[in-house]
Design a protein around this ligand. Structure first.
Ligand code: ASP
Length: 597
């Protein structure tokens, strides 16, 4: 007799997919979904499925009553049944190596239909090469999609990762403390989702963009080390890799430097990656934001690959074309990338790189291939022999380059680099490349509005070496802000916080928040900071993204049980949706919908 299953209940003895050869001879009672049925004349095979996997249940006149066989033959896919039977070894020729239960089967003696099912709108069981239904359809019928073994594996991994994160945080002395969902604005660069108050007509709660202010106030309140698996809400134009509500592993600690916070985050990441079967080395390397931009053209570099950006401005000789000189004269720099073996790229491939450069604002992409006979390509002509000599290279090299101001040329060349890294012939040098990006600028210029906005959030401390610039040249200040980056993905951000209310007010003023609004929106924070605030800092890891990466998936929707579409719709439940006039009246709200132009 084997040990009792953790999943045994009064109605079943095991999960379908957990049975193994050691159970042969045991009488068991299972519950599950009909995955597939196969009828071979008088014998009916059912594949029964639950979260542990599949088991073949055989209904055969040798051990099953006639009414069981007849009922099995009529079962539709996804019907829920309970079956009794004996676990038996399969004959050698019937063994299925692709199934965990492939060497055994259940000899059914009784069968009860406990959950009849309408014909499923999308198939749960798929043939080997059968494609998935369109995603929109799958999101609409999410419960069926969630039954797919792939999604079940993702949700189980997500659960395990959450347990590991909780355990890691708790074992380092962090207290799990929940903060409100109905709250006041927490600016993290997005719009707030607002919730009308019924009892206070005309007033609104905001859903938290993060627990940022609360976790800082917890430090002021003496709770020293806080964490939370926090749900955050941000109303922004969605991109494929964003969700309007998402989960963070959020933490804050007092009496720390940024290195202390980073050390804690590294330990959590080690534990998470370990749970997914990967050993990673710490500490991660640190790159300043400006170095990352210079070398990779991006603040979340994928360090699994080379192809670093180089500054070739000083290589430009007199024989280079006028437009190259002109570009440099107006303050541009020549940024190039060398691709060993890249001479094999076709004209079409290079045109695609040029299109990327252009769509990212660069005037054009210069390129040259080093062949047996010398340099070839429009870049070779534009640069002239003298410049090409300085740039140098060996047979088989491709060089690509662009001239422009750093604000344009670096990000554009960064995108060209990314495209190069994605080419199938460029295998990554390592599987897991983590780094910290530190010393971000305190503010960034928002291209759309022309206004300065915080690179992180307005509670981030200016770098102590730059505080003196805060009044004179604030846009040149660096911040005590750091990001964790993995294989080109931002895993999370954090910072050391402002604890001086006067500095905090200066930041709000620089961000043009009117004085009365500072009080109305952030008075409770400023009062808190004045009440004896310890130095503190923290971090938030984007948990959905981590789960997605560790599940080997490319969509956040694959690791969230009930996700939204990129248009922020919940297709399954049908949200958002209009509400009745009566409900609106109770909230003292009148809706007038503006014509969309
Ligand atoms: N609240 C920040 C965010 O959501 C993280 C932090 O600074 O701790 O990005």
């Amino acid at each position: 007799m084997t040990v009792a299953s953790t999943f045994a209940t009064s109605r079943r003895s095991h999960l379908c997919g957990e049975l193994r050869e050691e159970h042969v001879g045991e009488t068991v009672r299972l519950g599950g979904w009909v995955h597939r049925t196969r009828s071979l004349g008088s014998i009916v095979f059912l594949d029964l499925r639950d979260r542990a996997g599949l088991i073949q249940a055989a209904c055969d006149p040798r051990f099953s009553p006639a009414d069981v066989i007849a009922a099995a033959d009529r079962l539709g896919a996804e019907t829920v049944v309970e079956v009794d039977g004996v676990v038996a070894r399969r004959p050698a020729e019937m063994v299925n190596k692709d199934m965990g239960t492939g060497t055994i089967e259940l000899q059914v003696t009784a069968l009860r239909i406990v959950g009849p099912a309408v014909t499923p709108a999308i198939p749960v069981a798929r043939g080997k090469d059968e494609k998935l239904a369109a995603e929109e359809l799958r999101l609409k019928h999410r419960i069926l999609d969630l039954r797919r073994p792939e999604l079940q594996a993702n949700m189980i991994l997500r659960h395990r990762l959450l347990q590991v994160a909780r355990h890691a945080m708790s074992s380092h002395g962090f207290l799990e403390i929940e903060t409100p969902i109905l709250t006041k604005t927490t600016p993290e660069g997005a719009r707030d989702y607002l919730v009308p108050s019924r009892v206070h007509p005309g007033e609104f709660y905001a859903l938290p963009q993060s627990p940022q202010i609360y976790k800082q106030l917890l430090m002021v309140a003496g709770y020293d080390r806080y964490f939370q698996i926090a749900r955050c809400f941000r109303d922004e134009d969605l991109r494929a890799d964003r969700q309007p509500e998402f989960t963070q592993i959020d933490l804050e600690c007092a009496f720390v430097t940024q290195e202390d916070v980073q050390a804690v985050v590294e330990r959590v990441l080690v534990a998470l990656w370990k749970e997914a079967g990967h050993d990673i080395a710490i500490p991660f390397q640190r790159l300043s934001w400006s170095t990352s931009m210079e070398r990779f053209g991006i603040d979340k570099p994928d360090l699994r690959y080379g192809f670093e950006l180089e500054n070739w401005t000083a290589h430009v000789q007199g024989d280079a074309a006028t437009f190259v000189h002109d570009g440099i004269t107006v303050g541009g720099l020549l940024r190039g990338i060398r691709v060993p073996g890249g001479a094999a790229l076709s004209r079409k491939d290079i045109d695609a790189l040029a299109a990327t450069a252009k769509s990212n604002g660069l005037g054009g992409l210069l390129w040259a291939k080093r062949t047996e006979t010398g340099w070839e390509g429009q870049g070779a002509k534009a640069f002239g022999a003298g410049t090409m000599e300085k740039i140098g290279g060996v047979i088989g090299d491709l060089i690509v380059a662009g001239v422009g101001a750093d604000s344009v040329a670096l990000p554009a060349m960064g995108q060209v680099r990314l495209e190069l890294t994605r080419r199938p012939e460029h295998a990554p040098a390592t599987a897991h490349a983590f780094c910290w990006i530190v010393d971000f600028p305190l503010f960034e210029l928002d291209a759309a509005s022309g206004e300065h906005t915080p690179s992180h959030h307005p509670f981030t401390s200016p770098h102590p070496d730059d505080v003196h610039k805060l009044e004179s040249v604030p846009w040149e200040c660096r911040a005590m802000h750091y990001d964790a980056v993995y294989n080109g993905n931002e895993l999370g951000s954090g910072s050391i916080r402002i604890t001086d209310p006067a500095v905090q007010e200066t930041i709000f003023r620089l961000l043009k928040v009117p004085a009365e609004e500072i009080q109305r929106r952030f008075g409770f924070l400023l009062d808190g900071l004045a009440a004896g605030a310890p130095p503190h800092g923290g971090f938030a890891l984007g948990f959905d993204r981590i789960a997605m990466l560790l599940a080997g998936s490319t969509s956040l929707r694959d690791v969230i049980a009930f996700p939204k579409t990129t248009a922020a719709r919940a297709l399954f439940e049908g949200a958002p949706s209009p509400v009745s006039a009566r409900e609106l009246a109770a909230l003292n709200i009148a809706v007038s919908i503006k014509e969309q132009s």
